[in-house]
Design a binder for this molecule. Structure first.
Ligand code: FAD
Length: 499
């Protein structure tokens, strides 16, 4: 058993965890910190996913960190470039030496008497259990299970003799050249895989139960290219970032206020990129409104190009059963397949699966309310990073890290050690994630809630959050205290009443 103490413990060395460490090093230089990472690599999502074509679907001027310009001309970047950017950030800002790899955090226990968390981690490589203590726990563990992607139970799948793959566990040696491929799904992963695999496969069929909104965007941003020619890198990056933030907010607001207009625009844009007579309504006109689920971006229209060239096709139908050599659909059509890719999504997982206790009471996440989208009611000295659902994740991650640093400085300045959000007195609660995607709906009952008003409401609006998190008050809705003060009465525990 090893034991240790740091001021701040960061969980996760993905895009958010590395960013959090950089913020901490720059904005609270006196604080000691460690990063515990379950895997043996930096990069999280961008290291885990290795399927053909893996790339961002938001632009890198907003998916990159505020403090480190994205200088690659590609605005929509491939997974390797993003992984390299995160690793380079860790090296450049001296974060690497603080990371302890292969430490999976399983539990954290808060003690008000000492104003400390005791954090338990397990090392899968050595089997060792490690205990650390910290003054502030900052989880950056992403939002889904790493060990298992989501695959629905398909009837007859055991009969299938071809290769069945989930994009989250892509085999290095999978050779699909000249093979018939079926990709099940219609989300960001499916629309990425289809054109990428169609370059070498005999044919790729995207089999979807229902359509998704798909929009083609240029992989290079002429505005950002021009800004880079005329301005120093930092200024060019800031200008491109704010241009994309503004466009993103405008697009989201328009989708919410005039969904019909946006629907028609997206339909027309898809139709314009597909061959005459293509059944756009069947394959590209969803029943839901734009931004009820994330919009799928296809760089330079690569999906539409593969469909137009006949290298790929879309089938909108449901699976009756797998057969030995493919899939039979409810309509009776048979889709022969040498390879079937189940691009059917993720298993949502809050806080990387760790459990929390406050002064001996178990915390039931579903009974907590998120404060500014980043702390939990009744849970002292704790923050978590959950990015935007309608914009780049990192925009919010940067703001959360900045806010944590402001809080830590405030505690020091006022001679206090504990900050605890106090649950608002309201029954008007909603799920913390407002998307209606399957992976969200499957897990929404286990997640924290959000309230009706700031600071308990997530606005999913970056400019508004900049005001709230960078410049807004630190004292609304929270209680500051010295070590020894018992945790707030409003702790939402599994034994408590409904929040
Ligand atoms: C295929 C794919 C494409 C995406 N594309 C985009 C995009 O284009 N734009 C966008 O904004 N978002 C995108 N996202 C969302 C994406 O996850 C975020 O952009 C971002 O990578 C999240 O970074 P993170 O560090 O918060 O989480 P992650 O990347 O998930 O990293 C979390 C890290 O924490 C570690 N960890 C987890 N639990 C524990 C634990 N208990 N103990 C210790 N360590 C732990 C993990 O091993 C991992 O290294 C995408 C997601 C996926 C899956």
């Amino acid at each position: 058993m090893a034991s240790d103490h740091v001021d701040v413990l960061i969980v996760g060395a993905g895009l958010s965890g590395i960013g959090a460490a950089v913020h901490l090093g720059r904005e609270c230089p006196g604080k000691t910190y460690a990063v515990l990472e379950a895997r043996d690599a930096i990069g999280g999502t961008w290291d885990l996913f290795r399927y053909p074509g893996i790339r961002s679907d938001s632009d890198m001027y907003t998916l990159g960190y505020a403090f480190k310009p994205w200088t690659d001309p590609k605005a929509i970047a491939d997974g390797d470039s993003i992984r390299a950017y995160v690793r380079q950030t860790a090296r450049e800002y001296d974060v690497e030496r603080h990371i302890r790899f292969r430490h999976r955090v399983v539990r954290a226990e808060w003690d008000s008497a000492t104003a400390r968390w005791t954090v338990h981690a397990h090392r899968d490589d050595t089997g060792e259990d490690v205990t650390l203590t910290c003054g502030f726990l900052f989880t950056n563990s992403g939002y889904y299970r790493y060990d298992e992607g989501y695959t629905p139970r398909f009837p007859g799948v055991e009969r299938y003799v071809g290769t069945l793959v989930h994009p989250q566990h892509w085999p290095d040696d999978l050779d699909y050249a000249g093979k018939r491929v079926v990709v099940i799904g219609s989300g960001a992963t499916a629309v990425t895989l289809v054109p990428a695999m169609a370059e070498r496969a005999a044919h790729v069929t995207m089999l979807q139960r229902s359509p998704t909104y798909v929009i083609a965007l240029p992989s290079r941003d002429p505005f950002a290219d021009a800004a880079r020619r005329w301005l120093p890198p930092k200024a060019a990056y800031a200008v491109a970032r704010w241009k994309n933030v503004t466009l993103g907010v405008a697009n989201f607001q328009l989708s919410r206020r005039a969904p019909g207009v946006v629907k028609r625009f997206l339909r027309r844009a898809a139709k314009g990129r597909l061959p005459a007579g293509y059944d756009v309504d069947r394959h590209f006109s969803p029943r839901y409104d734009p931004w009820d689920q994330r919009l799928c971006v296809v760089p330079d229209g690569d999906l539409f190009a593969a469909l137009s060239a006949g290298r790929a096709s879309v089938v909108t139908d449901t699976i009756d059963t797998f057969t030995a050599h493919g899939v039979r659909l409810t309509s009776g059509t048979e889709l022969p397949a040498d390879v079937v890719v189940t691009a059917t999504g993720l298993n949502l997982l809050a806080l990387g699966g760790m459990t929390l206790a406050v002064d001996g009471d178990e915390v039931d996440l579903a009974r907590t309310i998120a404060y500014k989208g980043m702390m939990l009611s009744g849970v002292p000295n704790f923050a978590m990073t959950i990015g935007y659902t309608n914009a780049s994740w990192t925009l919010k991650a940067d703001l959360v890290a900045t806010y944590v640093c402001r809080l830590l400085r405030h505690l020091d300045d006022t001679g206090q050690q504990i900050v605890t959000p106090l649950a608002p007195d309201t029954d008007d609660l909603e799920p913390i994630i407002d998307l209606k995607s399957g992976y969200v709906l499957r897990a929404v009952d286990q997640l924290p809630k959000q309230g009706p008003h700031a600071p308990w409401r997530l606005h999913q609006n970056y400019p508004r959050d900049v005001r709230l998190m960078r410049h807004g008050p630190l004292t609304d809705g929270v209680r500051f205290a010295r070590a020894g003060t018992p945790a707030a009465a409003a702790v939402a525990t599994s034994g408590g009443t409904d929040a």
